[in-house]
Design a protein around this ligand. Structure first.
Ligand code: 26W
Length: 808
């Protein structure tokens, strides 16, 4: 027998053994789900081995480690990624084929770990993959939510949310660490005994560790994602329990354990509720205890903490860590304040993910006093010393100090978490070149005046393992044949494709891959919506959270324009197009939900109009998430990245789509700008106002009505919507959406960009008609996406922010 067939024979035996031992079924009776669990157990055992070895290595080398603190990790499924990292995909496929199933069917049985909302959470997951792959000594820290991102169903065109009990049947990928548990305290008051402060807390909950192993690729190293579960202290409910009051006992238990129950399903607007603050402190306090305990074990002192520990704040959600580290160092380890503050600043770094002022987290001082009284005192002291320093920089400028202050004094006093993060960190970064520039020019301008060197840029990236290798096996094997397989860990190698652009045979192979990915996507569309679409159409894709600033509504305006144009000119040479949307709206976000419904209403009219046929289809794929994205990205021709310039911090879907050979139609915003710089102006469709023009127009008094009056097709489209053409049973349904554009100021300037958007869509059509020209540009896009690997991003963070050398 060859070595590979021995490997698959032994893997088959291992699967059968796990079916019996862990799953508890005979090999003959195994269902797909049973097989999924058994294969996972086999992979888990091998990963465990690597894990133990990595930990031992990092411990004995006294490595400097990075700890990535994040409220969200949008991981998706683990199976295919784990098998690929272990190099046992083929053997596993053979193993399950003995049971008359395909590996794909088996992998599909795994629920997504959807512990995040959108871009920020998925970025954290891509980063973990890259940290492991670059052998970076690292941990992710977060919350083990019992319920992740809600599942979205569409009922008569409207979004309905269902809970996501992803742990209901257990997950094979977690390792409960029964022995790792830390107390987390809340409430009470502070007693001052001379110099010493003592926090007399009024409540305590236990944080229990659950680890997920994060495999690296082309390395035996693995990383750890440690998630905390809140557990009521056993002694607490016993009193009630012992008197037979089970209701009361359960209630007390719930009050504590609700902390890790559910992910806040809010994107871009902070959730100002007490439970959210408790979640933030809960995972930060547990993580800091764990990190300090490990550090003391390895180094015996906290004096060198910043030399061995880098803690990264993924947005302001974990910002309370700054006050917590100060509290632990000063109150629990009796370190002098000044020394502790030096350590603190040199330990933390912070990434901002949004410019929108309404999205910046602040907490009422009164709430902080109630939940975390000692932390509030510490924040006040940090603020007093900081403002004293700042006052020397610009004497007498009270406005300057008021803007810098960690406390917003206008109205109800509030703690500004971004200001705390900046003051407590040695580095602050944005997530694209434009975003990082805008940070220092706008919301953080005062801090940048004070500390110009503190601010920097780290342009986002995505992991090529999940977003190319795993999601697009067809393109991956074409790449392997054409340029070798190294691109998986050195994405710059894609550049080699440029020499193939004029090779007709290669172009045909490339087109064939796209075509089969589109057939797969079309099958998913039919399964999930009942709508049949032709893979010969141009697949035009906008997938992301539904938000006004992302302007899904502008896309709909174009679809309706096209519909009306087709009706007016039925015999023109129309490029058949399928416009595809997917994404969730925050449950309380009325306008976003109305946009989802509009997409469905417009879709029903267009898709059922016999005059239109395949010339135009409009579909909304329900329940967007990581696994759905893995089907959509490879099947897209056109990537819609059409946020108002200056509003999308970076975007990462734009990178995934271009990496899979879609051309971008987009504004001069976020990472679109860097994509344009890399692929070249001729290989991307950029339209609309640029950031300075948006700002100037806002200042000069923007008049959306002028565009309505001045553009006949725009007027016809808006009139059709507001007149009820797409909602005849309730003609006024979309009046509020249209009124917000015409009378409400059109905050995101859809009408100002409409004309240029529609004109650019016509250019898209002409290029698509020349299928060879289109393919050339798609190939050039893929060839130039190397820089958008999260390996590049993480290598840059490691070098410039965390001070840890990597092999990249
Ligand atoms: C619950 C409150 C809340 C508020 C804001 C949760 C999450 C957020 C995030 C800031 C939203 C988010 O995901 N931002 C996105 O981050 C991506 C990764 O950097 C960027 O690519 C996107 O442009 C940005 O919108």
């Amino acid at each position: 027998m060859s070595t590979t067939s021995t490997a698959s024979a032994s893997l088959r035996a291992a699967i059968d053994e796990q079916l019996l031992k862990t799953v508890g079924v005979s090999a003959q009776d195994a269902t797909q789900t049973d097989l999924m669990k058994a294969v996972a157990q086999v992979a888990r055992a091998q990963l465990s081995q690597r894990w133990v070895e990595t930990q031992a290595h990092d411990r004995s080398s006294q490595a400097r480690r990075v700890y990535y603190l994040s409220m969200e990790f949008l991981i998706g499924r683990t199976m295919s990624n784990a098998l690929a990292a272990l190099g046992i995909t083929d053997a596993a496929a053979k193993g399950v084929s003995e049971h008359a199933h395909t590996l794909e069917e088996v992998c599909d049985r795994e629920p997504d770990a959807a512990l995040g909302n959108g871009g920020l959470g998925r970025l954290a997951a891509c980063f973990l993959d890259s940290m492991a792959t670059l052998d970076l000594p690292s941990f992710g820290y977060g919350i083990r939510y019992e319920y992740g991102m809600f599942a979205q169903d569409i009922v008569r065109g409207t979004q309905v949310e269902y809970p996501d009990p992803w742990l209901a049947d257990g997950t094979p990928w977690e390792f409960p660490r029964a022995d790792i548990s830390f107390p987390v305290r809340f409430g009470g008051w502070v007693e001052h005994l001379g110099e010493r402060a003592v926090w007399r807390h009024s409540a305590e909950v236990a944080a229990k560790a659950y680890d997920m192993v994060i495999p690296g690729h082309a390395t035996d190293k693995v990383s750890t994602l440690r998630l905390w579960k809140a557990v009521a202290p056993a002694h607490l409910d016993l009193a009630a329990f012992n008197t037979g009051d089970y209701g009361r006992a359960a209630q007390v238990k719930n009050e504590f354990e609700n902390i890790s129950w559910v992910l806040y399903p809010n994107d871009s607007t902070p959730a100002g509720r007490e439970l959210r603050l408790r979640q933030e402190y809960f995972f930060v306090a547990a993580s800091v205890q764990d990190i300090l305990q490990r550090h003391i074990l390895e180094h015996g002192t906290l004096a060198n903490l910043h030399e061995k520990v880098a803690m990264h704040l993924n947005d302001t959600h974990p910002a309370i860590a700054v006050a917590e580290l100060m509290r632990v160092l000063c109150d629990e380890h009796s370190m002098p304040w000044a020394q502790a503050w030096e350590i603190c600043k040199n330990t933390f770094s912070y990434t901002n993910h949004t410019l929108m002022p309404e999205a910046l987290e602040t907490w009422p001082v009164a709430l902080m006093q109630h939940v975390l009284p000692r932390h509030l005192e510490i924040i006040f002291r940090i603020n007093a010393e900081f403002l004293e320093m700042a006052a020397k920089f610009r004497p007498g400028d009270n406005g300057f100090l008021a803007r810098l202050s960690l406390i917003d004094e206008a109205g109800e006093r509030r703690v500004r978490m971004a200001n705390l993060s900046i003051v407590g960190s040695h580095k602050v970064n944005g997530v694209s070149a434009l975003h990082s520039d805008l940070l220092v020019e706008t919301i953080f301008a005062d801090f940048a005046a004070l500390w110009p060197d503190r601010f920097t840029n780290m342009t986002n990236g995505v992991t090529p393992r999940r977003w190319l290798s795993q999601a697009n096996p067809g393109l991956a094997s074409l790449l392997d044949e054409t340029i070798g397989s190294e691109w998986r860990i050195k994405l710059d190698k894609l550049k080699l494709l440029e020499s193939k652009v004029d090779d007709a045979a290669f172009r045909d192979a490339f087109k064939a891959v796209k075509r089969s990915n589109k057939a797969r996507l079309a099958a998913h569309i039919e399964r999930s919506t009942g709508i049949k679409v032709s893979p010969d159409s141009l697949f035009d894709v906008q997938v992301k959270r539904i938000h006004e600033y992302k302007r899904q509504l502008l896309n709909v305006l174009h679809v309706i324009t096209r519909y009306q144009d087709i009706l007016a000119n039925p015999n023109a040479d129309w490029v058949p197009r399928v416009t595809i949307f997917a994404g969730k709206a925050a449950s309380s976000y009325v306008a976003a939900k109305s946009i989802i419904r509009l997409i469905h209403d417009v879709g029903s009219v267009i898709n059922n109009d016999p005059r239109i046929g395949d010339k135009l289809k409009l579909v909304f794929i329900p329940n967007y998430g990581v696994s759905v994205a893995e089907i959509i990205m490879p099947g897209a021709d056109l990537s819609e990245q059409i946020s108002t310039a200056g509003t999308e911090a970076s975007g990462t879907g734009n990178m995934k789509l271009a990496l899979n050979g879609a051309l971008t139609i987009g504004t001069d915003d976020g990472a679109n700008i860097e994509i344009r710089q890399n692929v070249g102006d001729d290989n991307i469709f950029i339209f609309g106002l640029r950031t300075p023009e948006v700002l100037a127009l806002k200042r000069g008094g923007y008049q959306p009505m002028r565009h309505y009056e001045g553009n006949r097709s725009l007027k016809a489209v808006l009139d059709a919507i507001s007149g009820g053409q797409f909602s005849p049973e309730e003609p006024g349904r979309y009046r509020p959406l249209v009124d917000a554009l015409l009378w409400g100021g059109d905050h995101y300037m859809l009408l100002a960009d409409y004309e240029s958007y529609v004109a650019t869509q016509a250019k898209v059509d002409s290029l698509y008609r020349q299928s060879d020209e289109w393919a050339k540009r798609a190939i050039i896009n893929v060839a130039n996406m190397g820089v958008f690997s999260s390996d590049r991003t993480i290598a840059q963070y490691a070098k410039e922010i965390w001070g840890i050398p990597t092999k990249a």
